[in-house]
Write a protein that binds this ligand. Structure first.
Ligand code: KG4
Ligand code: ZN
Length: 347
């Protein structure tokens, strides 16, 4: 759970947002303290009336104004949701006179490793979520070159469809991963599409179909069948990720030199078997692996706030008229930014 706390009992106006995890651990998300010591100094102690008035004046500031900018995801995504979030951010930015940053959701996933590990540019990003499967060269904020992508389903989508087929809940990724733990990953011979190709593209639909045919062959499914199907599917995905990413790293080195790290992002990077495969690959190619903790791999607000920080630090803010976008490919930011930077340099 996450709670906003306000402290005004003496001469500090303070507000914080704190999170408590299931296991009882705590995490301070934000903690702002404004001291009134100067206002009371002349009196040699705290004057209650002055303190109360100062709290009234400062509290709004401590809760809202202690921020330097307001960021919201501006897309890509389901347009209704994007409108709600972006409009709320615009309202706060307008009322509080703060810069607005409309963040590309994919860019936020891409930059998370810099928040958690201070990863330097350029790095090779493996972005795998419910809607996207990409290998990207991250050369700077707003400077992305896509090296590979999926020709059909995203990996997260394949996990979700597998879960649905097998009668497991949504989202499918965590369910399939859980079932796979007690399953036999070698029981079903599933394909590894695109294996051996020089490009860094993915294809998942053939794997999905093969899994469905295997399931239909042995229906009705026992609990063990479901676990074995999940394990065999996950093993195929692990092999695909390993081999396709290795091809992507070859392309990266040829075009951009040695990456500072191999970085994983997106909900699929929360999968432990995939994380292990990334570890093996990084070891094999001599790269540093950076994988943010699972709760920062799946969608979260911190990654949007962080991308907002990165952009704000470079003066890349957006006007209040900025439009929400259902479609917003990463390389389109690159183009816009390149143009903006060139214009700035020219001035
Ligand atoms: O990045 P994300 O939270 O949202 C999108 O932007 O799509 O990714 C969600 C996707 C879902 O398809 C979900 O099934 C998948 O990530 N996912 C996982 C795991 N946790 C989430 N896939 C495999 N294993 C997991 N543990
Ligand atoms: Zn996402």
């Amino acid at each position: 759970m996450i709670v906003l706390g306000i402290e005004t009992t003496c001469d500090e106006t303070a507000a914080a947002v704190v999170e408590r995890f299931q296991d009882g651990r705590g995490n301070i998300l934000s903690n702002v303290v404004l001291s009134q010591v100067n206002e009371h100094a002349a009196f040699g102690g705290v004057v209650p009336e002055i303190a109360a008035r100062a709290h009234v004046e400062a509290l709004d500031f401590v809760i809202f104004d202690a921020i330097d900018g307001v960021a919201a995801a501006g897309g890509p995504g389901l347009i209704g949701g994007v409108i709600v979030g972006l409009t709320t951010a615009k309202a706060i930015a307008l009322v509080k006179n703060k810069p607005l940053i409309a963040v590309n959701h994919l860019e936020a996933h891409a930059l998370t490793a810099r928040m958690t590990d201070n990863t330097a540019f350029p790095y090779c990003l493996f972005l795998a979520s419910g809607g996207h499967t990409q290998i990207v060269s991250v050369r700077g904020v707003g400077d992305y070159v896509r090296l590979g992508t999926t020709q059909d389903d995203a990996i997260g989508e394949a996990f979700d469809k597998t879960a649905k087929l097998l009668g497991l809940g949504y989202p499918g990724g965590p369910q399939v991963e859980k079932e796979a733990l007690r399953g036999n990953g070698t029981r079903f011979a599933l394909p590894r599409p695109m294996h051996g190709r020089k490009d860094a593209d993915f294809s998942l639909s053939g794997l999905k179909t093969a899994l469905r045919l295997e399931a239909e062959k042995i229906a009705p499914l026992s609990d063990q069948d479901v676990a074995d199907l999940c394990a065999s599917f996950q093993q195929a995905v692990v092999d695909i990720v390993f081999e396709r990413l290795r091809a992507g790293l070859v392309i990266f080195r040829a075009r951009f030199g040695t990456p500072s790290a191999l970085v994983a992002a997106g909900g699929v990077a929360a999968n432990q078997a995939i994380r292990k495969a990334l570890n093996r690959l990084a070891f094999e190619v001599g790269a540093t692996l950076v994988v943010p903790p699972p709760d920062l791999c799946t969608d979260n607000g911190a990654m949007i706030a962080w991308a907002g920080c990165e952009r704000l630090a470079l003066g890349l803010t957006d006007p209040l008229e900025v439009a929400p976008r259902a479609r917003w490919p990463l390389d389109e930011i690159a183009a816009a930014e390149g143009a903006r930077r060139r214009t700035a340099a020219y001035k």
